[in-house]
Design a protein around this ligand. Sequence first.
Ligand SMILES: Nc1ncnc2c1ncn2[C@@H]1O[C@H](COP(=O)(O)OP(=O)(O)OP(=O)(O)O)[C@@H](O)[C@H]1O
Length: 267
Amino acid sequence: MTSTMTTPETISAALSLDGVSKSYGDNLAVRDVTAQIPAGKVSVIVGPSGCGKSTLLRMISGLDTPTDGGVEFNGTPVRGVPDGLAMVFQDYSRSLFPWMRVDKNVAFPLKHLDAAERTQRVQEAIEAVGLGGKEKLYPWQMSGGMQQRVAIARALARHPALLLMDEPYASVDAQTRAELEDLLLTIQARLGITVLVVTHDIDESVYLADRIIVLSKPPSVVAEVIDVDLPRPRDQILTKEDPVFVETRAHVTSLLRGVEVPATGNR
Ligand SMILES: Nc1ncnc2c1ncn2[C@@H]1O[C@H](COP(=O)(O)OP(=O)(O)OP(=O)(O)O)[C@@H](O)[C@H]1O
């Protein structure tokens, strides 16, 4: 699939989706999705409600199997949850254990490590998301944004090679959302992990992404793959004033409306 914004570079793909389809009975949820998710970059899947974004993530994470086609992670077919994968979901209240303090929540997936290493990873991850000093709080003593930071810390503590995020900021207010977007970009730049975010928020997709995969209305196909040529580090004000941001946002919007508006090609 080509882009009218920039031609996607030849990449070392962390994830390859090859003709992935998924049916639930007669309902064709995902139709023939082919895309490459570059290693060490932020990719975003954006698409209208019900187009199969979460279904795609479940297949990528090995929690569900395609009806047709396949997913490869670092060249190996995905069958079951791959090593090195961590996931963050929209609903932090369901992913955190309310009876466990922050440090225990973050430590939960690290049971296989020895105590010293576990403690070190937990502390590093909590610091990375800016929650140093909050280790002994319970989730219900924290704001929604803080709880989502805990969920991100828990994912990071596993030292993932691939971080999948399903609408991670849909349940927080706009200010917190902007802070968490920037937190993700800072951590990704520092650790160089491959990140794949699913969102229906067009601004968020352009702000975060090196690559946007735009899905069509259901049954979804890839409408377009767009490589976003915006400098990093990104800035909530300056980046959003950049003509490339404005143009890309308009283009993604037009794709999601099903109206072809070609890019003006200013890069
Ligand atoms: N486990 C399931 N069993 C049956 N149908 C399903 C299942 N999961 C998803 N679907 C159907 O697949 C389609 C895509 O759903 P999915 O949740 O992946 O879309 P989405 O793009 O993530 O939606 P939203 O943005 O609203 O969260 C929908 O028609 C949904 O009803």
